[in-house]
Design a protein. Structure first.
Length: 531
């Protein structure tokens, strides 16, 4: 099996439970066939899931500890500014002595990999790099032949309040995936056919699940809205289109080993509202003894969930309950998709502004606070304003634990106004604070359920606020199926998500590279035929 070509197909934002239901209905025949003919396994991404850097972990083959990066958000302790930073690390394929062609893998820095050909940032969800192609002229050639990504509006789509926008998002993502399939076939089969490793990522699963999850989850608080049924149809159509794309690749390259995988699962979003709005306001009230956020202004469902009018944006709606000093000027009619379309890199080194996030605008108060909400996309994060680390630190390092105790007690005193339950499931404090890097928080908060508001006996009620993304990175294990020449059919249980890259390297017959996982290629080999 050494030296067999490998086609690495990333399934960005893929959720196995949804796929299994569709497989049982006969609607994903290719993925079902790959799983039944080759090896399959669950993948454990561990706490690395909360970083939001899954594709950087794949592109580099490195865990957050080995890469020294636990978040895409960097904090400058001298100025209290924050920014979202693209990847600046060498992809593992850059050091791989094999011919590699890539199409649209997020966080794959093609500029730093002169021996790798292909294209990045065509239609990736959170691409993590600027658009680039090699050889020269390939980018223009692909744009002329296939055009721009047809679903840019929906990469960060906010549609649940509107049936019409929900239907459009589903249709446009299917059209984008079908065009992605055409481009992938052409690039790997015609334009750059000489490769040992092909690496492509399907990002439409990610865009669909985050925007449409309420349609496929009967327990979701937004499921009963008019957009619920078109959301279900849209997300299922995206999965069917993804299956067609994989089938075309399998038919085109029958001699390759196919590795189709995602590092972790997806489910309902439980973090946007508490991370981006509630926690910053709570810590502000704790520090200054007064409120900034006003009372809610939205109609609610029978269960008390706020509902936004169909033509409005979440960021603008949250501005309605914030004081003028915390509102973004000139935001009317614009949203995160418009701000970040085609990545939206801006500033030094291609960094992204986080000003669209309400909580990031509280940073003007951080120099005077004991603890503040560190901008986050997944679990809640808190940073202590520590002397000797932050330029205006107010907490002595000897009091680090007591400052963390204050935050933990504060959170324990909060309840969800819609359910009456505590808002936190667990709080983790991290050791060695003076060694914390620019992407590190001091405390990690796992929310219980999906709190849309906080009730505190002394600081009052915050929210409830409307949902932003119905779906998020709260699913269980990831999944991988590996099929092709020499691959045995077997269930390999659960493996570390970081084992995928070293396994691919061994399948290619290359010497091991410095990666964080361990190869399980030996477990894939078919049993020898008895003489």
């Amino acid at each position: 099996m050494a030296g067999t070509p490998v086609m690495l197909v990333g399934l960005d934002g893929f959720e196995l439970s949804l796929a299994e239901r569709l497989m049982d209905q006969g609607r994903l025949p290719v993925l079902k066939r790959l799983g039944e003919s080759g090896a399959h396994m669950l993948l454990d991404h561990g706490p690395a899931r909360r970083t939001g850097l899954a594709w950087e972990h794949v592109a580099t083959g490195l865990s957050p500890d080995d890469a020294g990066r636990w978040s895409a958000v960097d904090f400058d302790p001298s100025t209290y500014s924050v920014r979202q930073v693209p990847t600046r690390m060498l992809p593992f394929a850059g050091a791989l002595p094999r011919r590699t062609v890539v199409f649209d893998p997020p966080y794959f820095d093609l500029r730093r990999s002169p021996g790798v050909r292909g294209m990045v940032n065509w239609g990736a969800h959170d691409p993590g790099v600027e658009a680039f192609a090699r050889p020269d002229g390939l980018l223009a050639e692909m744009e002329e032949r296939f055009g721009a990504y047809p679903a840019s509006e929906w990469i960060y789509g906010f549609v649940w309040p509107s049936v019409e926008r929900t239907e459009r998002l589903g249709r446009d993502l299917v059209a984008a995936l079908d065009r992605r399939s055409d481009m992938t076939d052409w690039l790997f089969g015609e334009r750059l056919p000489e490769w040992d490793l092909g690496f492509t990522v399907v990002s439409e699963y990610h865009s669909a699940i985050e925007a449409l999850w309420h349609g496929t989850d009967p327990a979701h608080p937004l499921h009963g809205l008019p957009s619920g049924e078109p959301a279900r149809r849209g997300i299922e159509a995206v999965y069917e289109a993804g299956d067609r794309m994989i089938g075309r690749l399998v038919d085109q390259f029958p001699d390759a080993v196919f590795v189709a995988f995602n590092l972790h699962g997806m489910a309902g979003n439980n973090a946007d509202v508490p991370d981006m709005a509630l926690l910053p306001e709570l810590l502000y009230r704790q520090n200054f003894g007064r409120a900034l956020m006003r009372d809610p202004v939205w109609p609610v469902t029978d269960s008390g969930v706020p509902v936004i009018a169909g033509d409005r944006r979440w960021e603008n709606e949250i501005d309605r309950v914030l004081p003028p000093m915390l509102r973004r000027p000139g935001m009317a009619g614009r949203g995160i998709a418009a701000l970040r379309r085609r990545l939206g890199f801006g500033g030094e080194g291609g960094d992204l502004s986080l000003d669209w996030m309400p909580g990031a605008r509280y940073r003007r108060f951080w120099p005077r606070m004991r603890a503040f909400a560190f901008p986050s996309f997944y679990d809640g994060q808190v940073r202590i304003n520590l002397k000797g680390r932050e330029s205006n630190g107010v907490v002595d390092p000897a009091d680090y634990d007591s400052a963390c105790d204050e935050v933990e007690t504060l959170l324990a005193e909060c309840s969800d106004p819609l359910t009456g339950r505590p808002v936190t499931a667990s709080v983790e404090r991290l050791p060695r604070p003076l060694e914390r890097g620019p992407s590190g928080a001091d405390m990690i908060i796992l929310w219980q359920g999906a709190p849309l508001g906080f009730d505190h006996p002394r600081l009052g009620r915050i929210g409830p606020l409307p949902y932003r993304r119905p779906g998020g990175h709260t699913g269980e294990r990831g999944y991988a199926c590996i099929a092709g020449p020499g691959i045995a059919h077997r269930d390999l249980g659960t493996r570390s998500a970081f084992d995928i890259v070293p396994t691919v390297i061994e399948l290619l017959g290359a010497a091991p590279l410095p990666t964080s996982g361990a190869s399980f290629a030996d477990d894939l080999r078919a049993e020898p035929v008895p003489a």
